[in-house]
Design a protein around this ligand. Sequence first.
Ligand SMILES: Cc1ncc(COP(=O)(O)O)c(C=O)c1O
Length: 408
Amino acid sequence: MPQSQAPSPASFAGWLDDTNDITRAFLAAGQIPGLINIAGGLPDPQVYPVDRLSEIAAQSIAEFPNETLGYGTIEGLPDLRAAVAQRYSTETLHLTPENVLITTSGMQALDLIGKVLLNEGDTMAGQFPTYLGALDAWRPRRPQFRNMNLQTNDVDLIGAMTGAKFAYIVPNFSNPTGRLVPEQTRRDLIDAARQTGAWLVEDDPYGGLSYDGPIPPSALELSAEQESSAPGPYQGPVIYLGTLSKMVAPGLRVGWVIAVPEMIAALVTAKQGSDLCTSGLTQRMTCKIFDAGLIEAMNPVMLRLYGERRNALLAAMDRHLTDFFDWQFPEGGMFVWAAAKDERLNTDELFKIGLEELVCVTPSSVFDSQEEFRRGIRLNFTINDADRLEEAVVRLARATERLLARIG
Ligand SMILES: Cc1ncc(COP(=O)(O)O)c(C=O)c1O
């Protein structure tokens, strides 16, 4: 009898060696009893409209049994593609269903973009620190990551995007920094995309979570101002990503890409080898969610709850963390981004001591492909109430004191 042999780690693909240990530890940390987790980016389950979604699910199956329970087309349910095109069209932005691909949420869109644009060694320009999931999606393609330094004055966007396949931005309350990209920078990014031939990937899960007033138009919309005004598919350089995850519920796993038809066609080819199609059930539910105005009905409830929690977290930070960290006030989204005042403080270490103190925060290394910036932390305010946020911050202050005492 031949001896059975476990496959050796040497048979794993090389990109796995490039992943960060902290990312793994951080994903495992959720299981520790008594831990207060302010690391994730999750909606509070109390906002899920459970009864309404149960009704919509039952109606979707009863009315469309084949479509909801069978395989569907790769590009998505025609009704949903049309609904997304209509929802985002404006006087200047003319979208047709050919401009829309339905995806198994935003993460799949990021993965597919990597598949269709990145050969090994290609460059992508990013707004570092940037979304961990995007780095995870693209790392297996083994790209070169380039920091656009969007937050600095006088940034040379043409220089930053020259030779890059695409630039990736989360312009509305970015994950992790909570920053809003100003309208002029959005316009400059579009001009740089046109001049350099790089695509501009605009990832927008948080645009609906603005607590303090209106936000600038999307790059997608701004880019259409310079396009032909004739009706017809959008032809600009922006690849826009939307998702239901933060606006309704992440478990539905429905998102969409809006781009030129040629890009949609390439993404469809990649999606065929990924999941064949997004769930027909949740796609049909999304059509009904749009028709019922559920997103618009839920939004004020989320804004009130999360806005109060943002204020509670910032107030707790003012009470306990001002000696140790600086931070900016986020006008929206789910996160506060803080930087340690002491340049020697490495937040990978703080993360570990934080777990001993039963608080989990996200260290900056996971958002930074070059791992240049090591003294940042991301704190989430959507999932815990004010009392737990206060306790989390007290624990974090204690962990920081311990680390500083160790550094000396
Ligand atoms: C910036 C950003 N993009 C994309 C996603 C992916 O979300 P989903 O796959 O749930 O749509 C997230 C989730 O946290 C995010 O923060």
